[in-house]
Design a protein. Structure first.
Length: 204
């Protein structure tokens, strides 16, 4: 009975948090769409049509982000299952579902700044991205360190503690595997950001 309640609670946490992430993402896009609507109007599109298109796009992006959030939890659990078989896939899924409520809290912290500054260039106010900009001219390092934020640190610590109490592996092993996994993911995301910037430059 207790196990069934834990699974039910985790499902609610996963689905509820993913939906909140989708809503906040879509809402932030909609509230920051004035420049996009103005660009549509300059191209001859009416304000009503532009607004309707942006609203639809914000809803679709919100749904997409909510789905990606769930997939990210599943992928993370599968990856770490390869290193922590003794914990089991189900328990790893339970652990990683806690990442989404943390992400919701960070989004709520960033939301007022996002609206006030009309966008944060895809960074969290709690990240090292703004500091990295002052140290390096290389966009890759800025994109990489932009991911080191309150969300990153919080999730990392929660993960270490949760895995530690559920495995017989040493603390050094847990920290090493987790750190390498995070660095690889951060490098991939930074690389994707660079590709996006490169395509933007080419299109200009």
């Amino acid at each position: 009975m207790r196990e069934a309640e834990e699974i039910k609670g985790s499902l609610w946490r996963l689905i509820g948090s993913a939906l909140l992430i989708g809503v906040l993402t879509g809402l932030s896009m909609y509230l920051l769409s004035d420049q996009v609507i103005a660009a549509f109007q300059r191209a001859g599109v009416s304000a009503e049509e532009a607004s309707a298109f942006i609203t639809l796009l914000a809803v679709l992006i919100g749904i997409f982000v909510a789905g990606i959030s769930v997939i990210a939890v599943l992928v993370a659990a599968l990856i770490f299952w390869g290193f922590f078989k003794d914990i089991g896939l189900k328990n790893l899924l339970l652990i990683f579902t806690y990442f989404l409520p943390i992400y919701v809290l960070v989004l709520l912290i960033d939301f007022p700044f996002l609206i006030y500054f009309e966008g944060l260039e895809g960074r969290s106010m709690t990240s090292l991205g703004f500091m990295a900009e002052q140290i390096w001219d290389q966009p890759f390092f800025v994109a990489f360190f932009s991911q080191v934020s309150l969300l990153f640190i919080w999730c990392f610590l929660v993960q270490l503690f949760a895995i530690k109490v559920n495995t017989t592996k040493s603390t050094r092993y847990i920290v090493t595997v987790s750190a390498i996994a995070y660095v690889i993911v951060m490098t991939i995301i930074a690389g994707i950001s660079m590709l996006g910037m490169g395509q933007g430059v080419v299109s200009l």
